[in-house]
Design a protein around this ligand. Sequence first.
Ligand code: GLA
Ligand code: ZN
Length: 669
Amino acid sequence: MNFGCDYYPEHWPEERWEKDVQMMAEAGFNVVRMAEFAWVKLERGKGQFDFSWLDKAIEILSENKIRNVLGTPTATPPAWLAASHPDILRVNKEGIRTSFGGRRACCPNSSTYRTYSEKMVSKMAEHYKDNKNVIGWQIDNEFGGDGEKGLCYCQECAKNFRQWLQDKYKTLQKLNQEWGTVFWSQTYTEWEQIPLPRQLETAHNPSLLLDYRRFISDSYISYQKLQIDILRKICPHKFITHNFMGLFNAIDYYKLAEPLDFIAWDNYPNLRFTGGNKSPAKVSLSHDVMRGLKEENFWVMEQQSGPSGWQCVDPNPHPGEIRLWTYQAIAHGAEGILYFRWRTSRFGTEQFWHGILDQCGTATRRYEEVKKIGQELKRIKDELIGLEFPKEVAMLTSYDEQWAFDIQPNNPKFNYQEHFASYYQILNTLNIPVDVVSIQADISKYKLLIAPALFLINDELVDNLKEFVKKGGTLIITFRSGIKNWNNVAFDEPLPAKLNDLLGIEVVEYDSLSSVHRCKLKLIHPEIEPLQGECDTWCDIIKCRGAEIIGRYTQSYYKDEACLTINRFGQGYAIYIGTNPSPEIKGSILRWAIEKSRVKSSFQVDPEDIEVILGRKEGKDYLFFLNHSNKYHQVKLDRIYQELLEKREYFRDSLMAIEPKGVRILCRT
Ligand code: GLA
Ligand code: ZN
């Protein structure tokens, strides 16, 4: 197991480094990440490179068998560069150039920024190519992060955007036709007339907006490629990764992940004041989204290890929480855990973003917890590397869909990610292992697919879904699917367009509900418990064209009309959920679909607070029990198990106690 922290030796006097490294070694660390913000320390002025301080830190670390991942420092170009070349800075929606002072303020299309980045990365790669203690690279830091989602509206972006459009549509006539620019007299007669979507009193064309999001995403991917090409050429034997941001969605993460050796991500479960307190299921969803990017295991490059905060201080991780988050990550496929950060900074924006140590630098309660994890991992490390996960259920997503909903949420209450998470959450509570994969993934291996809100549809996607169901799969699709084509233009066919025959329905009308408005419905299918409940946000009024009705509205002018349906298609079933039902109703439908498609849960019976995750390796099953609550729980076991952390055996029918925030890892062969 790769285990360590994010280390900023440049923030502390050199005399302290030995002590830091000694404490890291005592905690069982074997890897640190460094340098991702250290541009000015590595290039003091144009062409004045100096790697000596970093060499020294690497040496001290390697004397203690701690290896290094180096970040290319391009997220924070130095003041001297911004002062001489302000064109590296992004221009915001209002057309104003961002000022120097924060970080990640650069435009990925700025040719000056690209030239200086190229030089910096090449020098660094040359310097470390033969250093065995540098095992890999993290490119830049969190592309797209720190406000405005990395969007830029500068002149170079405008030029490149028009080229990007030209490559895509070839002719202006085609673009005009695909975007429907006849609307509001927006027909373009020269490429130069096409605007960047800067701030307007009204709103831009949704097709232009979607292409612009794709273009900016491609710009980061191209900027990343610039660095990858250099590193692959100079250091072919070192790995390359990037630190992603979980559910962040401004960049097409599938494309960004593609050229990397593996992906890493930054996991902050508890940002109560700064980013909302994530439920344990949301954290698990983030892990599963990250695992799905390359359909491979991953690293956590930054794992929260203290109270976070820039201006205000978030709550401290309670005893056991850092350990719980660590095993939660491992249970979902993490093969590297690096805590952010080693020691809390005395200065700068992140003075209150606490690490393992506080500013004073002595061992804290959190350090002792990390040390305990280090000892445990040392003992069991190899068993938990290379876990595989059951492939029975998948949830499908795409960034194009997410951008289209960002542009037009359809209903003020509708949030694609929350909608998606509401289904994941139920599966998570039922201990059903889930893969979250791209709409382009090979879906044939799964038994049950959930595809929330496929707003945009293309032929390839429709064919894949049909093929999946035809061969016996169960598919669940939710409302606002099959509305538009891939250029964000509505279909001129009955809804859900292209999916009517698969779903055996037609949506003849819909009602977008106000935020206080709810509707009532009931389940009426003979195989499902006849529940009554509520729904909100959106009501599709469905006419069956071959499908059977699962549920009907019991209120409003569409009382007695169908809202939930199931259609036999080939060997399988396609279920349509035409509204946003309460969790109980969703739960009933999901449990039924799980049973119908013969999907197995990781572990049948357990208290709701406990997440159970199943990983497999070399014929062995590993069951992770994570107690996310503050209560003691007992779990009755169904057979003999070996427990890895307590190092003991449990017999059939015995009760396994799990303390608040506790973790157990059961192994069965
Ligand atoms: C991100 C960054 C880190 C640090 C933390 C805390 O995850 O990658 O450098 O800034 O947030 O803000
Ligand atoms: Zn720009």
